[in-house]
Design a protein around this ligand. Structure first.
Ligand SMILES: [Zn+2]
Length: 487
């Protein structure tokens, strides 16, 4: 297994190694005590929950102290600092807040749980919701296979609990499990407060995956069930945060439990692509899923992050705008491809018209353009023969730097910066650093170019992922600038 790059290790953050060692020992002792007892499964679960609570508290406390200083602003951190408490949506609908909400619908014949949050928060969420109702959990509905939506499943699951998920859930869970180290590194670049891969609490009860749904719902189909006289419908709605998206609909109360279908906020431009690095998401499938949801005419939308939206008109308008915006970006991209334009041209040209304007702090229009292009045309863009061979331009940068000389390259990089072309500056700096990795003047220019991009991001769309990435690169540049020998 590969270990994270130097760059990632240097970012520090996460729970410190000694603290984690103590936590893991506590976990093992508690587990051993539980196993040693004949009381069996129930007690073992209780012991595991206690351990998870200790680890979860330690992780959250660390963020409260702000050990990381920089690099901790943005919605992901707001989410993890969110206190865990129960909120009520209707007489029979409660949810426990957290990074991911866990929602409980109570009926006279037992309860339905929608999404189970993050494994580190399950102990608190479960305790809080069990105070509302301790009735048997008859169904668990999972919106998709992301870790922040399924983490508590094995703790909510009881004998006879049905687990309902989209038909592609297992396949998505499989690939996310297989690529876990790869994705962990990428996530940690964006979220540097995560512990390093080798420092993470690697204990079985916290591991991702292993969930086996008992009922699978295919694309755009509905699985209906009645519990305690209340009707529930689980609908397969692909194309949002993965191919395995499902939502829960309560037709009598007109409440839609949307998981991540809309992203963490409503309304916003969706993540047709995530730079965290997952499979491409299908744009037109998303539009089709949205059409289906608009037709339901929901009066309340309860997402699995942040707060519900109430009001049929506001919800209808928001969903319609999202649908039309995605359709617009899709159609413009396709038209541009057919007109022979390059992907870069289209990334620059395609903007949402004013009547479809949406915030882009989660999904970003130009990245959606690129992902729609790649979805249809894959990676060979017919631009250059070199694209076909495993020899990137970067392989000749060092020679190029030698031939051009540092002085010429750095003056070119400076000119681009003053002309307001920070990305061109970064290109030139990459050439120079390939030849002279420790060149502080080049690193200084890189820092300025990144700061310009950061300023533009902050003043523009404020896209969280763009900002996280720029923060990570700025941190890396600063440590290179401070180092005595090239890193
Ligand atoms: Zn999520």
């Amino acid at each position: 297994m590969k270990t994270p790059s130097k760059e990632l290790k240097r970012q520090g953050g996460g729970i410190g190694r000694p603290l984690l060692a103590v936590l893991v020992v506590i976990a093992l002792v508690v587990l051993w005590l539980a196993m040693d007892d004949d009381a069996g499964e129930g007690l073992k679960k209780q012991a595991e929950l206690k351990t998870l609570e200790v680890i979860g508290d330690a992780a959250t406390k660390r963020l409260d102290f702000g050990d990381d200083g920089e690099g901790t602003h943005g919605s992901a951190v707001d989410l993890i600092k969110r206190p865990i408490e129960v909120r009520q949506v209707a007489d029979n609908v409660h949810y426990a807040t957290g990074v991911g909400n866990t929602i409980m619908i109570t009926t006279g014949e037992g309860n339905v749980i929608f999404d189970t949050g993050l494994v580190l928060q399950v102990a608190k969420q479960l305790k809080a919701l069990k105070e509302v109702s301790d009735a048997p959990v008859r169904y668990i509905v999972l919106s998709h296979s992301h870790a922040d939506h399924i983490g508590g499943t094995r703790y909510w699951q009881e004998d006879g609990t049905e687990i309902i998920a989209h038909g592609d859930f297992l396949e998505e869970q499989r690939y996310l499990s297989e690529l876990e180290p790869y994705q962990y590194r990428r996530n940690r670049t964006l979220f540097p407060w995560m512990p390093a891969w080798e420092d993470r609490p690697d204990i079985a009860m916290m591991r991702y995956g292993g969930i086996e749904p008992t009922i699978a719902v295919p694309d755009w189909e509905t699985f209906s069930f009645t519990l305690g006289g209340v009707e529930f419908q689980v609908i397969g709605t692909p194309g949002a945060e993965g191919a395995d998206n499902a939502v829960l609909w309560m037709p009598e109360q007109k409440i839609l439990f949307s998981g991540d279908f809309f992203g963490p906020q409503f309304p916003q431009f969706p993540n047709v692509f995530t730079m965290r690095g997952e499979k491409i998401r299908k744009p037109m499938e998303y539009v089709k899923s949205l059409d289906l949801l608009i037709a339901l005419e929901p009066e309340i939308v309860v997402p699995s992050h942040l707060n519900p939206t109430v009001g049929a008109e506001e919800i209808r308008a928001g969903m319609t705008r999202i649908r039309d915006a995605v359709q617009y970006v899709h159609d413009e991209t396709v038209a541009g491809m057919n007109a022979g334009k390059s992907v870069y041209q289209l990334m620059q040209e395609i903007k949402l018209p004013p009547h479809l304007d949406l915030v882009q702090n989660h999904g970003k229009v130009d990245w959606a353009v690129r992902s729609i292009w790649d979805y249809y045309a894959s990676w060979f863009h017919f631009d250059s023969t070199t694209e076909l061979y495993p020899v990137p331009a970067r392989d000749v940068y060092a020679d190029l730097a030698q031939a051009a000389g540092s002085e010429a390259l750095l003056s070119m990089a400076t000119n681009y910066l003053t002309q307001g072309e920070p990305v061109k500056t970064l290109h030139i700096v990459e050439v120079e650093l390939a030849g002279n990795p420790g060149n502080k003047a080049a690193l200084g220019l890189r820092k300025q170019a990144l700061e310009t991009l950061m300023q533009r991001a902050e003043e523009g769309e404020r896209n969280d992922y763009e900002i996280y990435w720029l923060q990570a690169r700025l941190g890396d540049t600063e440590s290179r600038l401070a180092a005595d020998t090239p890193l």
